[in-house]
Design a binder for this molecule. Structure first.
Ligand code: ADP
Ligand code: GN1
Ligand code: MG
Length: 354
């Protein structure tokens, strides 16, 4: 790992490295240098991201666009070039690596400690949306095709259940039923996009709380990270992903489902931060569909976890055998909870958009 770090133009001598963060896809290390400088060095998951060169081109274009629109260096990810001048390093095993400057004095939260934290993350995602509003969408490559096409996600899910390669489907019948009963819901955004009623914007597509860095001292939302899935998409999905993860009262893989709830207090905090920051650039239909985004992303992500469990855990990193099933179960609970709080969610959105 340190050897890979030396292939990047980092300032100082790398002396130690540690696995870092809680990402489910890439492998992330923090590297410390003898002069106190810190870097993030990541091995990109090329099973997930099949065209890493295109992804790095996207990343360079997005970060350079963002940098032109802000004076604060810590608000935007800074890529570090390889000694070769390229944006990446390929190791002897063919691993694809890239490096970022560590955003100094930042913290990453797995859970909002207060509603204010969550509000701040909404402001960060809202600002991100605003800053990219004039980004030339057509120049971005699709790093994962059909990433949030929930209809196609259903097709893949049903195929996984049918193939049942690990024989796990029988033990997850109740969970599978829960997903299948909601299949009609899946086409809502796909249909709105097809009819042109909802615009495709440049969206993050993985807008969860741990993809925002906070300023350690002020606790303000600072920098949106994990830009690998920035692609054309619908804004309701960014809102929805943020709610799925951050408005939950428990961890994504909490086993005690009594602890799992979609907190209306946290929901409201996010709605406020998001709409106050980027609400004026959204259409009324997009705003009206924000609660639908929350349910859509929770259902879709849950289904992806369950599908991965049934397929033998080939996509999301896991740390124990039934982790993807546990992740699904929290999502089942959250979807049910959103269904019972549906009107209250709409009332909050209506109140804040006036
Ligand atoms: P993944 O795609 O696997 O989620 P991320 O890009 O989100 O990978 O990085 C994983 C974690 O590493 C983040 O949640 C965050 O804690 C940390 N991280 C990533 N980039 C930086 C950075 N430039 N500065 C500080 N921390 C970072
Ligand atoms: C993955 O990489 P990470 O951990 O930020 C996944 C998201 C899921 C999320 C669930 C490229 O995000 O789509 O919503 O896990 N990223 C990819 O926590 O599939
Ligand atoms: Mg991440």
């Amino acid at each position: 790992m340190i050897r890979v770090a030396r292939d990047f133009r980092i300032k100082g001598n790398p002396v130690s490295s540690e696995l870092f963060g809680n990402g489910h896809i890439n492998t992330t290390y923090k590297v410390d240098c003898d002069n106190g400088r810190e870097y993030i060095i990541q091995k990109l998951n090329t099973n997930t991201f099949k065209d890493p060169h295109m992804l790095m081109d996207n990343l360079a274009a997005i970060t350079s666009h963002l940098k032109k629109r802000t004076d604060n260096k810590r608000e935007v990810l800074s890529l570090v070039k390889a000694e070769s001048g390229a944006s990446h390093v390929i190791d002897e095993d063919g691993g694809f690596w890239r490096a970022f400057e560590f955003v100094t004095d930042s913290v990453c939260l797995q859970r909002a400690e207060t509603a204010e934290d969550f509000y701040e993350s909404a402001v960060a995602f809202g600002r991100f949306q605003n800053l990219l509003i004039d980004f030339p969408t057509h120049t971005l490559g699709e790093t994962i095709p059909d990433f949030h096409d929930t209809v196609k996600r259903y097709a893949a899910f049903k195929q996984a259940v049918e193939q049942d390669v690990c024989g796990r489907a029988a033990g997850a019948q109740r969970e599978i039923e829960f997903v299948l009963e909601r299949e009609d819901f899946a086409s809502i955004f796909v249909d709105y996009i097809a009819s042109g009623q909802v615009p495709l914007r440049v969206t993050h597509n993985d807008a969860k709380l741990n993809n925002v860095l906070f300023d350690k001292n002020t606790r303000k939302g600072l920098c949106v990270i994990d830009l690998d899935t920035v692609m054309p998409g619908v804004v309701m999905n960014d809102f929805g992903d943020a709610i799925r993860f951050g408005a939950s009262t428990a961890a994504e893989d909490e086993k005690d489902l009594d602890k799992v709830e979609m907190s209306l207090e946290l929901f409201e905090a996010f709605v406020k931060g998001f709409l106050h920051t980027c609400g004026s650039s959204l259409t009324q239909l997009e705003i009206d569909l924000l609660p639908t985004g929350a349910k859509m992303m929770t259902l879709e992500c849950g289904m992806r976890f369950l599908g991965d469990y049934i397929s033998g855990d080939t996509y999301f990193n896991i740390h124990y055998e039934t982790q993807n099933l546990d992740r699904f179960r929290t999502h089942l609970k959250l979807v049910s909870d959103m269904e019972s709080k549906w009107e209250a969610m709409h009332e909050i959105v209506n109140k804040e958009c006036r």
